[in-house]
Ligand binder design. Structure first.
Ligand SMILES: [Zn+2]
Length: 131
């Protein structure tokens, strides 16, 4: 599981670091495979470039894993940089209401609700892992 220590990043730095989708995908890929690449399907450790930006494709079974697969941003309905922004808001202020989030980020209520739930689960998992 990827650890997000967004709450330690200043807003200005966050905006610089994660303003585009590519920046967010690169971050996810780096975090996900920081201990090296292993194919989920066949455990091969060799890969080549996949179909989507920063995805990796197994050289043996051709399984293509995107940077967002197995992260809380998997199958995310909104652009990944918007989702990152939300994760940042929620990490800095876990009690923020859905209405507040929705208004602040101009994202639909239902989308906010779903993603916030995932983000909170992720935060909890991280806390359990470190304590
Ligand atoms: Zn494989």
């Amino acid at each position: 599981m990827i650890k997000f220590e967004f709450s330690k990043i200043k807003t200005k730095d966050f905006e610089l670091q994660f303003s585009t989708e590519l920046q967010c995908l690169e971050f996810l890929a780096n975090e996900k495979w920081k201990h090296g690449y292993v194919c989920n399907k066949c455990e091969n450790t060799n890969y080549c470039k996949g179909k989507t930006p920063f995805s990796r494709r197994c050289t043996k079974c051709k399984h293509d894993e995107s940077a967002t697969a197995h992260t809380m941003f998997h199958r995310c309905k909104i652009p990944i940089n918007e989702a990152f922004k939300m994760a940042y808001e929620v990490c800095s202020l876990p009690d923020i209401s859905i209405s507040n989030l929705s208004e602040k980020l101009k994202i639909r209520h239902m989308t906010c609700w779903k993603l916030k739930k995932k983000i909170m689960e992720c935060i909890k998992e991280n806390q359990n892992a470190t304590s």
